[in-house]
Write a protein that binds this ligand. Structure first.
Ligand code: UDX
Ligand code: UDX
Length: 465
């Protein structure tokens, strides 16, 4: 019999778990959804009366949380109770790239996933459907099953893979109007029933034809592949942006020309200072690692090239700044507008800004940063994490301000690293009067109107022409 899910638990209240569960709760009022996390301050933030204090900034999220919170949506640190109560458990904990041992710098670190599985195995007293939400290497479900099945309490576990395709900044819309939802399950009677239980949840708001079901391994691999293909498009256009710069072609025109071929499509062809975010690099590294594990060197090298181009793009942008500023930025103030890895999010993981800033700091620049959503603590933590210099040095060389105009005062160059819409509307004429001349702008997002900016007197460089 297909299990009618009444009680969901999600372990991990991060960028994925929080918004996804909020949407499920809002669309399925008869299901109780509890999101748990070991991080108490994160849970407190999810429970904050003041919705501007939610730990994740996503357009539309606050309204969804407000509608369901403390009705059928709960945030808690009591992981055990939530596991015991649930008939379906989503695992949405982070799976960072390993920083040690075998697979260092490439393989996903699955220690949190394993901890979750062990905890579930230990406390569960009734059958559970376990849903992998975190992005995982192919065949992780197998490991999960091994851990879960080796318990003594006669509990059955069915494992599903249900990868996330939401993009930050548009998460709520991506969830409510998903192109597709992917559910991978075991090909058996039990597996099919578990799959159907999850299909029924999404069918509350999505048409049936958008809910795809596959076997577990296809589902796990599809997630990595989707991100690899998306990242590949960005690296492809970024590789071309460099060619455009030396040939006087315009990368946006090239993107438009190729994008109107329906076989190619127009999305994800925006040249930039390089992709960031918690997923692209990590997932490609996973793909590379898995390929290597199976001895497929050519396959591994093929996918790795996407990351090589991305690193190159960040580096050459920073180099361009140094070269243009007469080969030295030592002691010069450089203003960075935008620290998040893309607009409309406060997430900075793997943001190109971190690497550009680090490069400029190595050249002894003094950096001032303004981002509408990212805190000073986060910016400094991102730089500290790289371990390139001491924490004190980072604090000496980096200033974070709350006022964009102030950020630009007496600066030698402005670098735009996130495509925040508000940047376009600044009073650039006024800014021009406040900066050192020649007044340089390096636009890593092709955000500003070239003609307008140059008319004001700026020396304007942008990626891709
Ligand atoms: C998710 C997925 O898990 C990741 O694999 C995918 O590629 C990107 O999205 P995300 O939600 O962005 O990660 O991660 P994060 O914001 O770091 O949230 C994970 C949460 O899990 C954290 O709040 C952390 O405290 C929590 N956690 C981690 C637990 O509650 N228990 C653990 O054992 C480990
Ligand atoms: C991505 C996937 O899109 C999503 O489906 C998956 O679930 C998680 O990973 P996300 O990382 O949140 O989502 O953002 P995305 O919009 O994909 O952007 C990733 C990076 O690529 C950003 O730094 C963005 O600025 C950059 N990018 C994207 C470009 O430089 N050019 C483009 O044309 C598109």
């Amino acid at each position: 019999m297909i299990k009618k899910i009444k009680n969901i638990c999600c372990i991990g209240a991060g960028y994925v778990g929080g918004p996804t569960m909020s949407v499920i709760a809002s669309q399925c009022p008869e299901i109780k959804v509890t999101v748990v996390d070991i991080n108490k301050s994160r849970i407190d933030a999810w429970n904050n009366e003041d919705l501007s204090k939610l730990p994740v900034y996503e357009p539309g999220l606050a309204e969804v949380v407000l509608g369901a919170r403390n009705k059928n949506l709960f945030f808690s640190t009591d992981v055990e109770s939530a596991i015991i109560e649930a008939d379906m458990i989503f695992i949405s904990v982070n799976t960072p790239t390993k920083t040690y041992g075998i697979g260092k710098g490439m393989a996903a670190d699955l220690k949190y996933i394993e901890l979750c599985a062990r905890q579930i195995a230990e406390v569960a007293t009734t059958d559970k459907i376990i849903v992998e939400k975190s992005t995982l290497p192919v065949r992780t479900a197998e490991a999960l099953k091994k851990i879960l099945d080796n318990t003594n309490n006669n509990v059955n576990f069915d494992i599903l893979s249900n990868p996330e395709f939401l993009a930050e900044g548009t998460a709520i819309d991506d969830l409510l109007n998903a192109d597709r939802v992917l559910i991978g399950g075991e090909e058996s009677e039990r597996g099919n029933m578990a799959t159907q239980s999850l299909v029924d949840i999404y069918a509350h708001w999505l048409p049936k034809e958008r809910i795809l079901t596959t076997n577990v391994w296809s589902s796990e691999l599809s997630k990595l592949t989707a991100n690899a293909f998306l990242a590949q498009r960005v690296s492809s256009i970024n590789a071309l942006s460099e060619l455009c710069e030396v040939t006087e072609a315009n990368v946006d025109e090239v993107a438009r020309a190729i994008g109107s071929d329906s076989r190619i499509g127009s999305k994800f062809l925006k040249a930039s200072v390089g992709f960031g975010g918690s997923c692209f690099q990590k997932d490609i590294l996973n793909l590379v690692y898995i390929s290597k594990t199976y001895g497929l060197e050519a396959v591994a090298n093929y996918w790795e090239q996407i990351i090589i181009i991305n690193d190159h793009q960040k580096r050459r942008f920073a180099e361009k700044i140094v070269k243009t500023l007469f080969n030295t930025v030592s002691g010069k103030k450089i203003t960075i507008l935008g620290w998040a890895f893309k607009k409309d999010t406060n997430d900075t993981r793997e943001s190109a800004a971190i690497y550009v800033a680090d490069y400029l700091l190595n050249e002894q620049a003094e950096i001032t940063v303004y981002d509408p959503k990212v805190t000073k603590e986060q910016i400094l933590a991102d730089l500290d994490y790289l371990n390139t210099r001491s924490e004190n040095e980072n604090r000496d060389l980096v200033t974070v301000v709350n006022d964009p105009i102030k950020a630009c005062e007496d600066t030698h160059a402005i670098a735009i690293l996130t495509e925040w819409d508000v940047f376009k509307d600044y009073d650039w004429q006024n800014i021009y009067t406040k900066v050192y001349k020649p007044a340089f702008i390096f636009d890593g997002r092709r955000l500003l109107d070239k003609e307008m900016i140059e008319k004001l007197g700026f020396e304007y460089f942008r990626i891709g022409n």
